[in-house]
Design a protein around this ligand. Structure first.
Ligand SMILES: [Ca+2]
Ligand SMILES: [Ca+2]
Ligand SMILES: [Ca+2]
Length: 186
């Protein structure tokens, strides 16, 4: 292998890793039927409504069977807050059955300025909604039809170019590997 090409490629990958810090909350480790109070921190995202862990019979395309549903206004709108600013947000919405579901995702900055929206209408399949924008603090999901939500995915990285310790360890390992290859060639 061309060692220089390999190293440049590796550094490019490490750079991307340092910039993106994607977190996905998939709810699959919770017991279906459990109700969580509004404001519970699920690892970077809090909801304004009480939510119930909902066995969705798995919306096609999602992580696993558990989704969440608004427990106050059953299957209704959902809104929440990120504990740190995020630079992208996606969520899977809808279900795999029957009724016609329409969902709009709106995201806002700390001053409640609208940063972007995404929406869909579909009867039998859920769909991923996504907005990419700097400084996302709040979101709202407005819907018609009973709607489940799953796979809340957000990027807590903000273009930070300082490599993370894990990335540095990766570079160290790669350099060891390069040294090994060189010794074998010699
Ligand atoms: Ca899930
Ligand atoms: Ca439906
Ligand atoms: Ca539905």
């Amino acid at each position: 292998m061309n060692v220089k090409k390999f190293l440049f490629g590796l550094l490019a990958v490490v750079g991307l890793q340092a910039q993106a810090a994607l977190v996905t909350i998939n709810f699959d480790s919770y017991v279906a039927g459990t109700v969580f109070a509004a404001g519970t921190d699920f690892g970077g995202v809090k909801f304004n409504e009480n939510i119930q862990i909902w066995d969705s019979n798995q919306i096609p395309g999602t992580s696993g069977p558990n989704a969440i549903i608004n427990n106050d206004n059953f299957g209704g709108d959902l809104s929440g807050t990120f504990t740190t600013l995020v630079s992208s947000f996606s969520v899977f919405a809808g279900d795999n059955c029957c009724d016609l579901d329409s969902v709009t995702l709106s995201v806002y900055d700390s001053a409640m300025n609208l940063l972007g929206t995404d929406s869909f209408t579909n009867q039998a399949v859920g769909q991923k909604l996504q907005v990419i924008a700097a400084g996302i603090k709040y979101f709202k999901l407005t819907q018609s039809g009973l709607v489940d939500y799953d796979d809340f995915t957000f990027d807590t990285g903000r273009g930070n170019t300082v490599p993370e310790p894990a990335s540095l360890a990766l570079v160290g390992l790669a350099l060891c590997g390069v040294g090994y290859v060189r010794r074998r060639k010699a």
